[in-house]
Design a protein around this ligand. Structure first.
Ligand SMILES: [Zn+2]
Length: 488
């Protein structure tokens, strides 16, 4: 029997409950106070049919998902069994970048279908970046009029495209996605990435950068110096307006405010930023970044929300711990270790191996499956217990179409889902491989083409060529140097 993630407790009782093929089995369900752990459930199958007890509505939903997987294994009958199940992590996330390349509402829904089958419950939607701003914002219409259009695309590999690339989601479309996720007990977390990765914002409103110079949305991958000027009060007003409008669409608890890859080159010499820094009695631009995080997270808190930021944003050491959850993607930075070891909420999305836009030769299925987010070197036991969840992002600089997107994510997202739900105590890779093969067939029937089995765990000599091929995309730019230098 193939189940992913595997339930915590599964006891086969011998015998089968039969029902007519093509018809649904008889199911009864109720919420019970006997189950205290959020999202947990009990599922029993006996001669009377299927009985579900959930700690909450989500628990009942997950029991039904398990039942759906059981039905994929059996036709017209179900084995008598008892299942008790609860998730290891409350935050089980996947992230899609629709900025570098855009995916339609239908494509996004298909990805949600694929992820939800494996009990993910957070969809982090990366909606703003240097290469495109992808949400309609009524109070700042240029964000889409200008910011959603890049003049061409040059992401390497000879796939240069000289035509303008123009896409964004309307509010109605995003509400539709939020509703679609809600039915699947998935919270959609929008990311408005500030102060870096904001070329598209600055292209729309040049007066919000430190130099005020007119620039265009970027056509290449990279980390760029032009970031929002925090010494300009209009910048803060713009951020709050965008947050306000996004909060009307995205009604969940979390809001991602980015904060990654924000070089402080401009802030260090900008009179407005330096004036602000002195006014606030801060020591350096990293502290100024921390101040910005505090301002926005407090603004979100007043709306009943909790901010998430990438781990570079806490380098100043002055980020208010109560209002922020840190998304840890860079390996073992000093600030991130102190944050987690201080007992502060942390989501692990280590780029090795959870960034699934990297080739399988670099991040193999086995590496993703066996990675233990609580065993990062330097994490204390308090640090490990501060890990509220894990997330696997897919960045799309080098992913132009839907089939490429699905191949990158599947089956590696099954490995992430298994850890997110089960932790790392019961890992059995050979068994998992069979489960993966089974579900890749199911996914295919739903229009999601997973990577072929030959890719999942690549032999060492091919690994090297894939790694070199992937890194070559960056080598012509400053990106690699910046990337390698920014770890503390
Ligand atoms: Zn400035």
């Amino acid at each position: 029997m193939y189940l992913c993630p595997e339930p915590k407790v599964l006891e086969l009782k011998g015998g089968y409950y039969y029902f007519t093929v093509g018809e649904e089995p008889k199911v009864t369900s109720k919420i019970t106070p006997m189950l205290s752990q959020k999202e947990s459930y009990r599922l029993t199958i006996d001669a009377k049919g299927v009985n579900i007890e959930g700690a909450d509505e989500a628990g009942i939903y997950y029991a039904k998902l398990t039942l759906r997987q059981l039905l994929l294994n059996h036709r017209g009958c179900l084995p008598y069994l008892y299942i008790y199940d609860e998730p290891e992590y409350s935050y089980r996330g996947f992230m899609i970048d629709s900025c570098r390349h855009f995916f339609t509402v239908d494509e996004i829904k298909k990805m949600i279908d694929g992820a939800s089958l494996f009990k993910f419950n957070k969809f982090h939607f990366h909606l703003s970046d240097d290469q495109g701003f992808r949400v309609e914002i009524e109070s700042f219409p240029e964000l889409t009029a200008v910011g959603s259009v890049r003049p061409s695309s040059d992401f390497g590999r000879g796939e240069n495209d000289k035509t303008p690339y123009a896409h964004y989601y309307t509010k109605q479309e995003l509400k539709e996605i939020v509703e679609y996720c809600k039915e699947r007990f998935i919270e959609v977390i929008p990311e408005f990435d500030v102060p870096g990765h904001t070329t598209a914002v600055i292209a729309s409103y040049p007066e919000l950068s430190c130099t005020g110079e007119k620039i265009e949305p970027k056509t290449t991958a990279g980390i760029f110096s032009d970031i929002l000027c925090v010494g300009n009060p209009d910048t803060i007003k713009m951020i709050y307006s965008v947050v306000d409008e996004l909060c009307e669409i995205f009604t969940g608890k979390y809001f991602h405010i980015g904060g990654d890859e924000a070089p402080k080159k401009r802030w260090n010499v900008c009179p407005k930023c330096q004036k602000k820094l002195k006014e606030l009695n801060l020591k350096n631009s990293e502290e100024l970044h921390g101040w910005l995080v505090n301002e926005i997270s407090l603004y979100l808190k007043k709306k009943g929300k909790k901010a998430i930021c990438w781990n570079e944003a806490i380098r100043g050491g002055n980020v208010e711990k109560d209002n922020v959850t840190v998304a840890w993607w860079l390996d073992r930075t000093k600030a991130s270790l102190e944050w987690a070891n201080g007992g502060n909420p942390t989501i692990i999305e280590s780029f090795t191996p959870y960034y699934v836009d990297y080739p399988y030769g670099m991040h193999s299925l086995k590496n993703v499956y066996l990675y233990n987010p609580r065993k990062i070197r330097g994490l204390t036991s308090l640090g490990a217990s501060s890990v509220v969840g894990i997330e696997s992002p897919v960045w799309t600089e080098f992913i132009r179409d839907f089939n490429k997107l699905t191949e990158k994510c599947f089956p590696r997202w099954l490995a992430v889902a298994d850890t997110a739900w089960n932790g790392n105590d019961k890992k059995n890779f050979n068994k998992f491989l069979k489960t993966v093969a089974f579900f890749c067939e199911i996914l295919r029937e739903h229009g999601i083409i997973a990577a072929p089995e030959s890719e999942w765990n690549i032999l060492p000599h091919n690994r090297l060529s894939q790694t070199v091929g992937f890194l070559k995309n960056f080598l012509s730019k400053e990106t690699v140097t910046q990337f390698l230098n920014k770890d503390e």
